[in-house]
Structure formats: C-alpha cells, structure tokens
Write a protein that binds this ligand. Sequence first.
Ligand code: LMR
Length: 394
Amino acid sequence: MLTNLKPQPADKILALMGLYKEDPRDTKIDLGVGVYKDASGHTPIMRAVKAAEKKLWEVEDSKSYTGLAGDPAYGTAMRDLVLADSVSADRVAAVATPGGTGAIRQAFELARMANPDVRVWVSNPTWPNHVSILNFMGLPVLEYAYFDAVNCVVDFDAMIASLQGVKAGDLVLLHGCCHNPTGANLTLEQFGQVADLLLEKGATALVDIAYQGFGDGLDDDAAATRLLASKLPEMLVAASCSKNFGIYRERAGVLMAISEKAETTPLAQGSMNYLNRQNFSFPPDHGPRLVTMILTDPALKADWMAELEEVRLGMLGLREQLAKELRERTNSDRFDFIARHRGMFSRIGASPEEVLEMREKFGIYMVGDSRMNIAGLNSVTVPILAQAIATTCK
Ligand code: LMR
C-alpha cells in the first residue's frame, strides 16, 4: 500500500525554514516563517504564559478529557477577545481547534457540510496553506483581486469588481487584520463596503484572524471582524492564539460560527463538535487553558497586553527604520509602504530571482513571493537588509 504513495509538494514556507537551518553563514537573516523573534533572534515565552503555566502546574489535578468543543470557558474568553459585544453571545457557537490552521480546516468542513456545492473565495494572494487545504479537500477555489503588486497596496476597486462574481451560498475568506502575506489591509470603511456586498449577494464571510494585537492594537485589529459580525446575519471566524500569545507549538485556535438567530446556535455547535470528533476528537487543552487563565485574570491579562504591545511597537519601529533606510539608499519613497503595512509581514515586490539573489549573496531568507517577516529583523540587521534590497531590486 505505502509504495503507492506519491511525493507531496513541500510547503514553501516550511521548506524555507529547512534551507535557513542548513546555511552555515552566521550573517544569515531569517525573514521566513511567521514566528515572532526578539532582537536577539529568540522566540520568547511571554511572561503571562509562564506565570499561567506555573499556576496550572500547581492547581491542575486531572488530565481527563474536557469536551469536544474544549473547555467552554475558552470559547467564551475568545469570543470576548475577538468579537467583544458586536453580536449577542447566544448567537455564537465556538470550538477549540488545533491552532488557527485547525480552525480554518474545520470552517471549510462546516461550510461544505452546510452547502455541498460551496465555492470558496480567497484573496490573491493569500496564505498559501488556505489554497493548499482547499485543493486537498477538493473544494472549488476562486480568487478575488486584492494586491496592487506595483505599489504594494490594496487594489480595492479591483477587489470589489471581482467580488461581483460571488453567488449566494459562497464562502468568502477575509483576513481580519494584518493580511498574510502582503501586510496591506483594507480600511474599516472598505470592510463595511465588502460586508454590504456580501449581504447583497447572500454569501457567508469567513474571517481568518491570526495576528490580533500585531497591527494597530488588540481592539483596532478586531474592529473589522466586529464590524462584519454586526452587519452580517451569519459569519465564521477562525482565530489563532499562536502569535499573540506566542504559544505556537501548543496549537491553540478557535472556530466561531455566528448564526442569524440564537435558535440555530445549538445546531452549529453540534455540527462543530461532530466535526472535531470526526477529525481529531478532543482538541488540545494546554494552550487554550493558558489563554483562558490569562484572559480571565486581570493581572495576567494586563501583563499579557503590555508585553504584546511592546512586541507590536517593536515591529512598528523596525518598519519605520527599514522604510527610512530604504528612502536614503534608493533616494525615493518607493518602499515607504513598509511603514504603512501592518502585522508581521510585508510583501516588498521583489521578483523570485531577486529573492533568490538576496538569499545567495546576503544570506537573507524571505519567502519566494518576497514576503518578509519583520520580526526577523533587529536594529543591526535592518541596514543590512536595506542595502541588500537597494542593490538587488530593480
Ligand atoms: C506563516 O504564514 O508563516 C505562519 O502562519 C506559519 C505557517 O504555518 O505557515
């Protein structure tokens, strides 16, 4: 049987991690996978997470199963963090999932369960794993225009024009904040226009929010998701705690389904529990439990928010420094968009050949589409990167 297997394509982002590890140069710079790193290149455990782990070790007295949706308190805490009071609580069903990717996968499964003919719209470009999972599941994928690759901004007119093709019953995937891979985001007003369009078409939005707190702050980054939730009768939300709690390997995500009427919430909840049972049974508990402890303990929450804010401001500072260094080196405002982009990533508009040249000549590792992880930089490496971009990019 196993000899019948065919080799599968390697994930480009994960393959880049391997290439970086193998590079013997100590001057190499890792701007690949979306993992936060401090100025010394280390991915720290956040203070509140460490404190919650210590407390958990002291008080947890059983490792028995929780429930198919995970601990309900986690769903409630995440609903409050992401949606606040934009919808009434009784319209929201939630399940814990293995990371944000697990939430995305379960969202696609749920959409297909509700509509076997569902078509899924994704931005061009989007996180490559969105498309990979959809292809794997055999769901039809449609792309809507999103990025003006010349000016590295959102091409909103083109986006709205392509979304005219949306039909009732389609699922439209939107990045709630900090668009991955581009770093270019819609304004709140534009999100409102997208909501109106989806309402008119009878389509369902799936919001992927994996970087809340990395862009303009916890509430500002959730504003679009909350606006959509307040305008649309139904919606799916896939949220990740990997980045904003720094608990990547613990796999803490949540899928929320907002029903038009509270009476439908048990049906959505039951379907999501069922899907968890079919795919992996009980979701991981350790990461979600830490998140719940932090979000429900005022002191831990305040410390987490303070540290997250330091992380966010650090990345903004690096963006500003890089844009400034590039202005000086190129004598132009061509790369000013880097300071306007938000989140962990910016797609800088270099060709695949230029990306490769920067890897070979300077040991700079960015994804082939020229997505770079801002958090892979520090104040010493920013000028090195600026010099590499200025001399390589035509
Ligand atoms: C990324 O885009 O780099 C992250 O979301 C990590 C991943 O799983 O790809």
